[in-house]
Design a protein around this ligand. Sequence first.
Ligand SMILES: Cc1cc2nc3c(=O)[nH]c(=O)nc-3n(C[C@H](O)[C@H](O)[C@H](O)COP(=O)(O)OP(=O)(O)OC[C@H]3O[C@@H](n4cnc5c(N)ncnc54)[C@H](O)[C@@H]3O)c2cc1C
Length: 444
Amino acid sequence: MYDPLTHSNIAPNQGYPGSFWAADTQQRLNFPQFEGETETDVVVIGGGYTGLAAALELRQKGVAVCLLEANEIGWGCAGRNAGFALPGSGRLGYGALKKAYGEEDADEIIKEFYAAPEELKAFIEKHSLDVDYTQGGYLKIAHKQKFYQLFEQQYEELPEAYRKHLSLVSKEQLSSSLLDTNKQHGGLYNNSSFGINPLKMALAMAELVDKSGGTIFCNSPVLSYERNGPHYEVKTAKGLLRSKYIILATNAYTPNKSLPALHRIQFPVLSSVLVTQPLSDEQLELFKQPGLLCMDTRALKYYYRLLPDNRLLFGGRGTIKGSNHDSQGIKNKLLGALKDSFPTLDNMQIDYYWSGWVSVSQDQIPHIGCFPDNPDVYYAMGYCGSGVAFTHTAGKRLAQLITAPEDVPELPIYWRFPKPFPLAQFRRLGLWGYYQWQGLMDLA
Ligand SMILES: Cc1cc2nc3c(=O)[nH]c(=O)nc-3n(C[C@H](O)[C@H](O)[C@H](O)COP(=O)(O)OP(=O)(O)OC[C@H]3O[C@@H](n4cnc5c(N)ncnc54)[C@H](O)[C@@H]3O)c2cc1C
């Protein structure tokens, strides 16, 4: 599997991973490979949600855009995530944001985060997108009593305007009306979240970019870019594009060796997903609310949802390196966690398994902005595994940074260049230690 820290670049023509989404989505888009020399206003590198949303927004402003994707549209995270559209990004809740950035900024960041799924929903409705939308809400499950107390605190501290979306759910209510799962001590339910087929979403966005006059090329990895007089020159294997601006929307998939600009400010971390065979009618009785999206408080953060054809999607941390992403050890770990949550789902056949890279920032918030030493090159990264909804906002903000920067709120997620990871070369060792420690915490 492609590993952004070890491979010098992304190879083209890899096709989609063997995911449930790729199997469940018949549609394929055939964008050509980029060849020759041409000029445009903005080159967007990366055909995930961030790049597509930025391209769409730029086209609405009449800006000429050319998007270059190393493989297919949604080949990165966008086409292989779990499809939870949530009101949040990064890893910090309101309390932690307030502590780090003060009340005013925390309020404004939460406003951006809560607006994201609403805007995404409106976007889906406006364009009548067929993305297997399911409105089931999002349930965080306390696997220990102390986490339910933490939920109570999170509920209390959230400003009133957002608290209306939340409800605390007792252990009994959870089992009787939401989900019959093992070892739960209640939960925190958020009604503003919904599920989608993430690959259908990426493809639908690409069609809109295409219709709006944006140009898309696939299987065209960018090998390098550099300033030459008034323009940037963006090089692929078979061509050269000149542009005034560049948007680096490559997120965790950025090859650190050939495009090193994000190397020290983000850390690509693997998340892996398995999908079971369809559940029997009896097994389905465990799931009481259609479309419910779940995550529990175990340190290694397991997330799960029932898919429209009654399979269970179950995801969590992956391996440290891409080379062994599908080792039996990591599959057994996920299966063990699944059985811990649902002991009656023993011996389920696993029909799909895949992994993807999520981008983690040092301060655990997303960052969208331009490079201080290269102000016409823009980037977005650090969604920390929660980007399905917020990437759409991020793409819009990236476009505004170019066309109308005064419209972008003065917030740390937009205007503050992220701090680099200290001792970046030892991050994987640190991650290994973290997983060992967190694994022990889960056993405790
Ligand atoms: C297993 C998994 C489950 C997840 N589940 C959820 C979830 O349920 N909810 C949620 O909110 N978030 C989830 N996420 C995170 C979410 O998917 C991401 O935050 C989001 O998709 C990021 O979108 P993006 O467009 O920024 O990046 P990506 O979709 O990763 O797009 C980057 C693109 O850049 C391309 N690229 C890289 N280098 C080059 C180059 N040199 N030239 C050209 N193109 C290049 C890549 O091929 C890739 O397609 C999950 C992630 C994973 C891996």
